[in-house]
Design a protein around this ligand. Sequence first.
Ligand code: ARG
Length: 445
Amino acid sequence: MKQTAKEFMSSISVDNMLYNEEVVASKAHARMLKQNKLISGEECDQLVEGLEQVQADIEAGKVAFSVEYEDIHGCIEQLLYEKIGPVAKKLNWARSVNDQVVTDTRLFLRDENESIMESLKELMDTLEQLAKEHVNTIMPGYSHLQRAQPITLAYHMLAYYQMFKRDLRRFENCMEGINVMPPDCGALAGTIFETDRKKMAKELGFDGILSNAMDSVADRDFGMEFINDCSITMMHLSRFCEDLILWSSVEFGFIEIDDEYTTGSRVLPQKKNLDVAELIRGKTGRVYGDMINLLTVFKGLPMSYNRDMQEDKYALLDAAQTVEVCVALFVEMIKSMKINRGEMQRAAKYGYMNATELAEYLMEKDVEPEKISEIISKVVLYAINHGKPIEELWLDDLKQFTQVFDSDVYDKVAIRNVIEAKKSTGSTSFKNVQKQIAEIAKAKK
Ligand code: ARG
């Protein structure tokens, strides 16, 4: 591919997405210029109407975002000039592109941040619902991908709920950094005009104004924070996808993902591939890439604005849109998945995860500690060889290993009891899971 220098420098292919922000911020700027008597009321009306016409043309698909335009700022400036003539130039009083670009980016990210927060809330609601439906769905809890301790599906869903809750909090915090307006920056040192940024900030819904113009045009740390939050959310989603991929394999058989989110193989008809989950996992790599991209672009820049910074849009837009799409699709996917309680329960039974409770039982009966592990190994091996879970062995079978075993052992090793016996805060016990669900409901009120 060959490009002219002009094509190379143009960012319109990506920043055309900021057209709405550019128009909204420009209208606020025009009103401020009028209020401060820098332009007349009539000029202000011309500017505002002209901007609205430009916006309408863009939305009607009448504008080709050609590389002839340096960027969306230059494009709208040119289109406005074509509509209203030389008065269009007055809109550039007391502002610079360096200032416009960062103001628009902040406005855009504010919206993106809000949509992501909405999607995360929906994801949390879905997990809460799944938890409520599955307080009695017993499954193995894994460690090192080995069946380790019995839990419930509710408990598993609540673990993810907590992760996404922290993600949401991070996006909320991030808003503080995003939703602040640059002061009148000029190129970097301010302007000679007497302007009133406070009114503009209010009109544009910003929570405050930054203190230093040079800082405002030079940094994008609010965007870096945002992409960092996007990366962490993608990491959580990606792990969840990995669980779903494992769970829907024949080896696990715990769930079935709706056909809409999977593909079949023509050669291997028994296969159902979880392409959506795999792609979310894959796109996580892209978002991490966006983070490294943005950090790297900025690391060696001298103060203050440099053209390198134009590259920020590719990373920011890509990360925002990827997360937004992934969270929303993920929610739909888990809402429609079928859960095979029987298989989960079976895996829990045949996981021999109650061997620990069997050992505890012997300890409580004062069996010497050095003997306990030998007895337990033998019992588990015997159970495996006979294709039975521990709790389904006959008492006579158990007594071969030590006469200490009595009928009270069954209560001790029953999987439900193993779960219920957990006492610690945050545990998988049915009581504690109900408590966690109640806390979630309470926090919503
Ligand atoms: N499109 C550029 C960006 O996104 C802004 C261009 C800066 N041009 C200028 N005259 N300051 O960073």
